[in-house]
Design a binder for this molecule. Structure first.
Ligand SMILES: [Zn+2]
Ligand SMILES: [Zn+2]
Length: 264
């Protein structure tokens, strides 16, 4: 598959759901890996983070979209012993490195966690977003403020003529349409927050998520090759996603599937 790979380690929103009904699309919360010749870019550390295979030949950078638990709950659970002679960088576009450290440190210490994980692990280096994006050479990373309770950042990665956008979590709003189109037009892949159906969204205003139908409309308004709906509701079972996927046959819309590897 070459050196530009997207690996979906977790595509479920809010809470992991391991059941016979989520085997096909997966039950782990968000973590997406983008692998290039030099870099291993990780977007969020939901429970899917445990499956990231660290490579000592690549620089690993974790981009946190926001601090809701489904996007950080997997951070301590990986085989860090394999990581040699390097630190894993952690950054976020909307918070400086001290805030990122403070938030994660709070989550991963008493009474929420048995040990002070960040103190004892000594595997991470916290960096400001502006400092980290300057080190990528021909790889360009941008961010956009998303509409989500608390701060939340979407990210785009451009390598030569290829563009990838990660837009979890976001409550789509007509007011952001212009900026969002500008941010992700002419993309090869867009990851869209499709937590709800329109019928469910009316009772979930202010929860910070979009609908699958909003994604469908947005996908038509922009130039994009692969429009991927992710952050599936924990109650969205495989049979229902299959049905929805069938209704999109012949379009560029696809439902994200855990462990799927695609070309960037
Ligand atoms: Zn989420
Ligand atoms: Zn969230």
């Amino acid at each position: 598959m070459g050196y530009k790979m997207i690996i979906n380690h977790g595509v479920r929103g809010s809470v992991p759901n391991s059941s016979p009904h989520t085997l096909k699309y997966g039950g782990n919360t968000p973590c997406l890996e983008l692998k290039t010749k030099k870099f291993q870019l990780i977007f969020d550390c939901g429970s899917g983070f445990s499956k990231v295979n660290f490579s000592n030949n690549l620089e690993t950078i974790i981009f946190i979209s926001h601090f809701h638990h489904d996007h950080i709950q997997g951070l301590p659970f990986n085989n860090f012993e394999k990581v040699k002679n390097k630190k894993i960088l952690i950054t976020s576009a909307h918070s400086n490195k001290d805030i990122v450290y403070a938030n994660l440190s709070k989550y991963y210490s008493s009474p929420y966690f048995p040990v002070d994980f960040l103190e004892i692990s000594n595997i991470f280096e916290f960096v400001d977003f502006n400092d980290v994006i300057s080190r990528f050479g021909d790889l360009k990373i941008n961010s956009i403020d998303l509409n989500h309770p608390g701060n939340c950042s979407g990210y785009s990665v451009t390598i030569k003529d290829k563009k990838f956008c990660y837009l979890l979590d976001n409550e789509y709003d007509e007011n952001q349409k212009k900026d969002l189109i500008k941010f992700c037009n002419y993309s090869d892949t867009i990851i869209w927050d499709g937590m709800f159906l329109e019928s469910e969204l009316k009772d979930k205003k202010g929860w910070g998520h979009s609908s699958i139908e909003q994604g469908m409309i947005f996908a038509k308004e922009i130039d994009v090759k692969n429009f991927i709906i992710s952050h599936h509701s924990p109650s969205r079972y495989d049979e229902e996603i299959d049905k929805l996927q069938n209704s999109f046959v012949g379009t560029n819309i696809k439902f994200a599937s855990e462990n799927e590897i695609s070309e960037f």
